[in-house]
Design a protein around this ligand. Sequence first.
Ligand code: CA
Length: 616
Amino acid sequence: MKYFNLNWLLLFIIYTTPASSKNSYQIDHLEPPFWWAGMADNTLQLMAHGKVIADLEPELSYPGIVINQVHRLDNPNYLFIDLLLSETTKPGKFDIVFKESGRPLISHPYEILKRNADSAERQGFSPADVIYLITPDRYANGDPSNDSSLRLEEKSNRQNKDGRHGGDIQGIIDHLDYIAEMGFTQIWLNPVLENNQKKYSYHGYSTTDYYNIDARFGNNALYKKLSVQAKRKGIGIIKDIILNHIGSEHWWMMDLPSSDWINNEGKFLQTSHNHLAVHDPHLVQSEKDAFTDGWFVKSMPDLNQHNPFLATYLIQNSIWWIEYASLSGFRVDTYPYVEKMFLSDWSKRITKEYPNFSFVGEEWSSNPAMIAYWQVGSHRYDNYKSYIPNMMDFPLHEALVNSLLNKETWETGIKDLYKVLANDYLYGNPYNLVVFAGNHDMTRIFSQLNNDFDLYKMAMSYIYTTRGIPQVYYGTEILMEGPADHGTLRADFPGGWNNDKVNAFKGSGLKNEQKDAQSFTKKLLNWRKESLPITKGKLIHFYPSDGVYVFFRKYEDDQVMVLINNNNKTKNISTDRFFELLADKKQGISIVGNKVYDLTSKINLPGKSALILEIH
Ligand code: CA
């Protein structure tokens, strides 16, 4: 034994010096910090980190739990401890004792908790939901005392558009009533785990601790409180998770568990960002690897999920947060950049524990085939198994903006919307796609549409009525503007900070057009919640003709009809074409405006407008 003599010396020091000066053996991290009894999978792998603890042998004594195996990697500061639980394992506390040559040196407390009732059967989100996307640093500052933290590098500076502005979890809790009254039923927060980076940390995509909420947002208990209080108002919480990379200041980076933990041996190598590399049958292997194994940016080291210990760590971390914070869903960042066999295992395990949980992947491509590849139930060109139920519908976003901005010609204009949906045969379930007009990474939709309120209402009418689950970026409801520059498009929500001149939560100081947009959003969202054709119905559409696109949502005998006139001029639309759906129906009532339309004659539809009718 290589360290035999040294260890005797260490033992001598440990047993002959006061506790305060013992620094040779200690556990710096033990993760997951606790677990639950009664999970579908009865294995649990603990990662223990501490100086040369690989010398030690862990033991425990607790009914229904045994240590199955202990793994040592090339770094002696880590132990991976495989526990095996059983169906009869009861919640309770015990100590994991780390011994050397039979002598106990460290005792670390551990706990197995009781699961919440119906935890495994939790329901995720569905087309009956509308997701509100919040950048937590930029929404509301509910606790100015946590704007900066002594322990964390970057301090608050609201004057810096790329700095931390002080928004937090308490700010969201404080405004749950506003969110609920607007009609949002799910909140997707950009990541809230600790990001102890020197700068540009507010966005949250550079994780430095997978098990702790950033102190500038609150803490784990407050995050859980948000979830509990939101649920009381009928709102679920969707956690933004990053499996692809960490922040360069993650504690792993100071002491990597193994040389293959980070791709390219821990050294920066830029990804090619060529998403097609995953599927391209002609591409050389080295360029395929360059996409998934390269780093997103220098400050985000790329995780090697081929390493089975890292893979298990990430899978357990995902499950831990679902169980701990009673989550209703995940949004998974940079999905195709992650090693695909790992994604298969990860999504399978999540689904095994929570069969009705929702999780939505981000694949930023305008090609529906590249989105469909990942969704459960889609036909694939290979034997790849995927279990992810939801994907972000980037192709629909691009088609929506193009259709409204481009001139009506034989091949451009509103037909783009029709064409993108005609690809829905590729998807396992197109109704489970998440549809959106904007997110935290793109120019705000009002700015994309040249600040044209008519185009905005057309876009949002479409998002709220087409197939899928709508997602709305905070501030869209009050026409917030912003270019592609991240710091600016993620501007502070007015009213979220003390002394803000404009308060959008109360409606004070908003321009008339902003107030109209807010009441338009509130009206449509609260209506769609109760609409069976929208939340459960099929979509049936008609090939666009003369710049007019018409589609129906139909559930049993209930129908909603949506008409979009993309011309500048008014159109008188004959209803003859819609006979299969309208049959003997004679009347439509507009959702916005509550106006009655006679469906036996022509419908007068002003230029650049959308009309949503409930059919009677
Ligand atoms: Ca704060």
